[in-house]
Ligand binder design. Structure first.
Ligand SMILES: CC(C)(COP(=O)(O)OP(=O)(O)OC[C@H]1O[C@@H](n2cnc3c(N)ncnc32)[C@H](O)[C@@H]1OP(=O)(O)O)[C@@H](O)C(=O)NCCC(=O)NCCS
Length: 162
């Protein structure tokens, strides 16, 4: 069965929280309270990749056009390097651009080589190093992408295949 992209639905919450716990070390992963806070922001967008009922990954952002901030991108370990992260990010960027976002920011740990390579491959550039950003000791890169201007459209259709 091919993975499908769709918008977050409240019944996804437990699976998203479990995945975030698996993707990041304690202290960097989000507590249930913090994850729920971000997911319920009026300015949040969350795209989920599913295969049947199984969540393979998700990307979560908040926006105040023309700016947006990626809060997290999490892919299940067994499904990495299969294009799921790229598909989620492309869908999110398309949603954001359709709402007038031009500039997307994120932070990622400088020692997260996979993530830094991923973001650079997707056109994100390092703007600054944020000293001791995580856990008071791990440095982070602040990275930014300027989205190409596109004609506005209504965003994603639910149930699109990757
Ligand atoms: C970083 C992450 C989101 C990438 O997701 P993914 O679905 O594996 O990424 P894709 O398959 O779409 O990869 C696209 C490109 O990114 C780069 N990339 C991805 N993972 C990489 C790795 N481990 N090492 C080097 N480059 C990598 C490659 O250029 C890759 O293209 P290729 O496979 O043709 O070489 C995933 O590894 C992950 O969830 N990590 C844990 C959580 C995390 O660190 N999130 C991001 C921080 S906010």
């Amino acid at each position: 069965m091919a993975p499908t992209l769709r918008s977050y639905e409240p019944h996804d919450f437990a699976a998203l929280h479990r995945l975030d716990q698996a993707c990041f070390p304690e202290g960097i992963s989000y507590s249930k309270t913090t994850l729920r806070y971000f997911l319920t922001l009026a300015s949040a967008d969350c795209v989920v990749a599913v295969e049947g009922t199984r969540v393979l990954g998700f990307v979560l952002s908040e926006e105040n056009p023309p700016l947006a901030h990626i809060i997290t991108l999490d892919i299940a370990e067994k499904r990495r390097r299969q294009g799921v992260g790229t598909a989620l990010l492309q869908q999110l960027e398309s949603n954001l651009a359709a709402r007038g976002v031009r500039s997307v920011l994120l932070e990622t740990a400088t020692n997260n080589e996979a993530a830094v390579a991923f973001w650079q491959r997707r056109g994100y550039r390092i703007e600054a190093t944020l000293k001791r950003y995580y856990l008071g000791r791990l440095d982070a890169y602040e990275m930014r992408k300027i989205l190409p201007g596109i004609a506005r459209k209504t965003g994603m259709q639910s149930g699109e295949s990757i």
